[in-house]
Design a protein around this ligand. Structure first.
Ligand code: PGA
Length: 249
């Protein structure tokens, strides 16, 4: 199975900067023969930059999509991102339930579930994020929190359709504190068991939280780690490419 390298650009990059990134990335990647035989790349730009990416990425092996969509297709929802418009812009993925959405914008599980359902009806692949806070980890609640986020977030989804789950411990996001290999391996194994047990047939599991060129090679070798969701280190072509460039064994 291909390893997935997903870039979460958060609130960064103008359309021009997004274009420059993709042009440079494509130039570098095409020097690496067979890159896309073993790897899949997905970019989540700021919504205003999606159109810029669309013209450069649509029809290539580089997938892309918004960092958030609203749970209704269209209507009177001022300020929200439309999944239907994302589809029209040839997006193939969307992030759902990133911890910054849950924490800062108070997004709730039932609404995140609606978003994932809507994405599936539009044939967009949800990249559904789960993860515990530091307090929850220290209280031994990591798996309970992740399972309950999955249970409500994935309710009613078509289990045969592709879905990506990103495990992102909140305490590791943007903090420079990467989870240890043991911590990642344990949670990924359990998430995999959970998804298997619940009949999901077509999914991949990403790790996210301070992934950097220095720590990514080891994390990528762990069982049930199918790739990464990368924030800070995805903003520069060089560091992103160093992470994606690891040999896949
Ligand atoms: P980080 O962000 O790599 O900067 O920790 C990851 C994410 O928020 O998806």
């Amino acid at each position: 199975m291909k390893k997935i390298f997903a870039a979460n650009w958060k609130l960064n990059k103008t359309p021009e900067e997004a274009r420059e990134f993709i042009i440079k990335f494509k130039n570098e990647v095409f020097k690496l023969p067979g890159f896309f035989n073993t790897k899949e790349v997905i970019i989540f730009p700021q919504a205003f930059s999606i159109e810029a990416l669309s013209s450069l990425c649509a029809g290539t092996a580089i997938g892309f999509g918004p960092q958030n969509v609203y749970s209704e297709k269209s209507g009177a929802f001022t300020g929200e991102n439309s999944a239907e418009v994302a589809k029209a812009l040839k997006c193939n993925f969307a992030l759902v339930g990133h911890s910054e959405r849950r924490e800062i914008f108070k997004e709730q599980n039932d609404n995140l579930n609606k978003k994932a359902l809507l994405l599936q009806t539009l044939e967009l692949t949800p990249v559904f994020c789960v993860g515990e806070s530091l307090g929850q980890r220290e209280g031994g609640k990591t798996l309970e929190v992740c399972f309950s986020q999955l249970e409500s977030g994935l309710a009613g989804l078509d289990k045969a359709k592709r879905m990506i789950v990103a495990y992102e411990p909140i305490w590791a996001i943007g903090t420079g504190k990467v989870a240890t290999s043991e911590q990642v391996a344990e949670v990924h194994k359990e998430l995999n068991n959970y998804l298997q047990k619940n009949g999901f047939m077509n999914y991949q599991l990403l790790y996210g939280g301070s992934v950097k060129p220095e720590n990514s090679a080891e994390l990528l070798t762990l069982p049930f780690v199918d790739g990464f969701l990368i924030g800070g280190a995805s903003l520069k072509v060089d560091s992103f490419l160093q992470i994606c460039g690891h040999e896949i064994i």
